[in-house]
Every structure is written in structure tokens, then in C-alpha cells.
Write a protein that binds this ligand. Sequence first.
Ligand code: PLP
Length: 297
Amino acid sequence: MNGKIIPWESANVHVSAHALHYGSGVFEGIRSYATKRGPAVFRLALHLARLQVSAAAHGMEIPYSAEELTEAIRQLIKRNEFGACYIRPICFYGSGSLNVDPSKCPVEVAILAWPWASYLAAEGKEAGIRVTVSPWIKFQSKMMPSTAKASGQYINSILAVHDAVLRGYDEAILLDNQGNLAEGSAENIFLVHDQVIRTNDLRHSILLGVTRDSIISIARDLGYSVEIAELHLEDLLSADEAFLVGTAAEVTPVREVDRVKIGNGGRGPITRKIQEAFFSATSGNDSKYDDWLHYVE
Ligand SMILES: Cc1ncc(COP(=O)(O)O)c(C=O)c1O
């Protein structure tokens, strides 16, 4: 935290921190995977580039370079002797003033890491999850920059996922302000129709996910046609397969949307192939994707 490795219990922030009150922080969610050559951080450079984009979108200057953050993450994994783990860098406005304008507050930087296996339940990766279309819409990118991963923006996701869980679903799908599909509360969405894979883009107020980028490459490498297109709710309901992707969720099939069965009501064959190729890439078993792995040793 702020340049030092400290025990989890000592990593405290004062209650007057600006970010606590107004959500004025930017962050990343990154995974390290266990490989034959030891732990490797998946697409670290792209995550740190997005952190920079998020900070710039909010006019925040990160007081460390990407090289310094990379080295800090490497040290954190090494010192904790982690194999597979989740890494959460966050840059936020600390204590200084509680004016809404954060310019009198210092930018603090912390990187958390902990072993964290599965997000949307391990069995969901095979059986698929049940999702609901949220009554909350995804904020439009002129309200807040949707391509930035900023703390306060997650209130929108929290409302959606909390409502979904209270109604007995695993996850929420948010529509954009035009009624088109946007994304999950923390995942991008892919649909399959007649062997063609489709996903949307920033015109639909999505976060441009690192996993989304990886899956587009993997799917094309597997020989599938991938179209970037506007997606409608009817496209989801009529899809042969649908899956959600994100660092935490990895590749998770959707088996049901508001009690409507998607495709065969389980993991479809293309989703399965993509999952397998994705995990080959993350585990270092496919040398084609070696550039995506930042080995700790
Ligand atoms: C709103 C939202 N969309 C999409 C994603 C997927 O992004 P990534 O693949 O970079 O984790 C996330 C992940 O945190 C997210 O919060």
C-alpha cells in the first residue's frame, strides 16, 4: 500500500477518505494462474493500461508507473507464495477534503491479492447460470465513462446484482438506455447463433473487458466468425448459446434468462470449446498465447 508491502490487517484507510464517501477510485481485477512455470499473471499489461485509461477519464494522476505497478504485483505474489490468486490494484482519493471536488485529496494506491477460485460458482462453469434482465439500466457513457473501471460506477452493478440475487437468480443482465443488451453486472456477454459468435461494443455502454478481448481472439483462432454487433434481448432469448466473460467469471455459460431456457439449457458445444481454449491459454498450455502471461519468476 502506497509503496510498501504490509500485512492485510494493517491495510487501513481513514473514514474521511474521499473515495469512501463518493466512490472516487479506479481499480482493476486481475488473475494470476498456476502454470508449469509457476504463477503467471494473465494480460497484466492490458489491465494496467486500462487502469491508466480509467484514471485519465477521471482526471486522476497515478503516482506510479506501469513498470512500478508490475513489479509491485510480482513481489506481492512472490512474498505471499501465491499460485493462482486474484489481484486488485486500486487508486483512490484519500483524506484531505470532503468537498465533492477531489483535487485537495492525495491519490493513494493499494494492491490487494488473495487466493480466490471461483466467482459465479464453480458448478456454473459447467451447468450454466440463471440470469435475469435487470429493471436497472446500464448508465449511459455520457453520464459516466463506461470504459473506465471506477469504484462509484459499481453502484449501478450493485443495484442490478442485488435485485437479481433477491429474486433467486445468479446474475443480472443490464440493458442500455436504448433497450439493447449492455452487459452483466461484472461481465461482458457473447451470443452464438448458427455457429456465429456475437458480442457488442462500447456503443452499448459496456466496459471493454480484457476477457472479452481475449475471447474474441480465441474464437477467431478457433475458426469461428465473430461479429461485433448491436444485440437485442430477442437475440439472447433465441440464442443457441450464451455466455458471460470477465476476469472473475472467466467463461460462464448462461442456461436460463428469466425462466426461458437458452439453447439446450446447459453449456453449449461452442461455449465449451472456448472455455477449454481459454483455460489452455491461462494455464500456459497453449504457446500461442504466451504473450498474454506475465510469469512471476
Ligand atoms: C461492468 C463490467 N463489465 C465487464 C467486465 C469484464 O472485464 P474484464 O474481462 O476486464 O474483467 C467487468 C469486470 O470486472 C465489469 O465489471
